[in-house]
Design a binder for this molecule. Structure first.
Ligand SMILES: Nc1nc2c(ncn2[C@@H]2O[C@H](COP(=O)(O)OP(=O)(O)OP(=O)(O)O)[C@@H](O)[C@H]2O)c(=O)[nH]1
Ligand SMILES: [Mg+2]
Length: 278
């Protein structure tokens, strides 16, 4: 299976993210915990040169907890402060504490220069579908107030005050992933980060079967009560039959089976699965 990839408008998006990043003290980069390499845009590393930065491995609740720990340790060893997170339900206290620590240089600088204290400014960045909006909502919660236009403040209404000493840019920086190798492309497709309409769903589901039985032998058997050995097409067919995905003439309903498999993988019904390991 070959995945075509046309990111498009990359320069415009890059320029936009770059200009917004100039306004912030700390960048919070989200990646998908199940595939932190495929869900990275290497451009961020360039754009973030010299910027304080935190990495959030989001959707950690869908990924393998052991592998989450391995990734967190591996990135931290490289000097990148990393937290596994669930933007849908995790408490933000630990994250906020990390951000405040990263941004503390702002207060020190102000003090040194004898200037008035100002809040630390934060921005969320990441490729599509990693949970940026969910995280922003989670951080903003109900108790916060939106900052109104103030005279002389051109930053306008795009800033949300999270606490007295912390402001969030309410628009996340989005850059399409820029993968070159097919393996990363496939991982993003499994996660649903590439529009399924442009993919051959049955082909993709069969690739998923191959990947799952290699990385997590036994999970397909446990979920669908089928044998995992033999051609992946045979496994696919067996799953279809188990689920009663049959159309007239006794043929299997490929599309229905493929969509079901991908859905059950994406929602971790097949199990908490990490596609990549350090
Ligand atoms: N299980 C789980 N689901 C999550 C998590 N974070 C986000 N989601 C879900 O993932 C989907 C995408 O989340 P969004 O917050 O819209 O992602 P985004 O990065 O803003 O996406 P774009 O705006 O398309 O770039 C939604 O269905 C969310 O409910 C998480 O930590 N765990
Ligand atoms: Mg969004």
């Amino acid at each position: 299976m070959h995945i075509q990839w046309y990111p498009g408008h990359m320069k415009k998006a890059r320029d936009m993210v770059q200009s917004h990043l100039k306004l912030v003290d700390v960048a919070l980069e989200l990646r998908d915990a199940r595939a932190p390499l495929a869900s990275e845009n290497p451009m961020f590393a360039d754009l973030l040169q010299g910027k304080k930065r935190l990495l959030l491995l989001n959707k950690a609740d869908l990924a393998d907890p052991c592998v989450n720990r391995e990734w967190t340790e591996a990135f931290s060893k490289e000097g990148l402060k990393t937290l596994a997170f669930n933007a849908r339900s995790d408490n933000t206290a630990e994250l906020i504490a990390l951000i405040l620590r990263e941004g503390a240089f702002v207060h020190e600088k102000n003090r040194r220069q004898g200037r008035k204290p100002r809040p630390i400014r934060l921005m969320v960045i990441g490729v599509p579908n990693v949970g940026k909006s969910s995280l922003i909502n989670r951080l903003v919660g109900r108790t916060t107030s939106r900052i109104e236009d103030r005279p002389g403040v051109t930053r306008g209404k795009q800033w949300v005050r999270l606490r007295k000493d912390l402001e969030l840019f309410d628009t996340p920086g989005i850059l399409w992933p820029k993968f070159i190798d097919q393996k990363k492309a496939l991982h993003l497709a499994f996660l649903g980060s590439i529009n399924d309409l442009v993919l051959d769903t049955t082909r993709l589901a069969i690739e998923l079967i191959k990947t799952l039985r290699e990385l997590y032998p036994g999970v397909l058997e446990a979920r669908y009560d089928v044998s995992e050995s033999g051609h992946p097409e045979e496994v696919f067919e067996a799953i279809a039959k188990r689920r009663g995905a049959i159309i007239s003439g006794g043929r299997i309903d490929e599309e229905r089976t493929a969509v079901m498999l991908l859905d059950e993988f994406r929602s971790a019904k097949i199990g908490r699965i990490s596609l990549e390991r350090p």
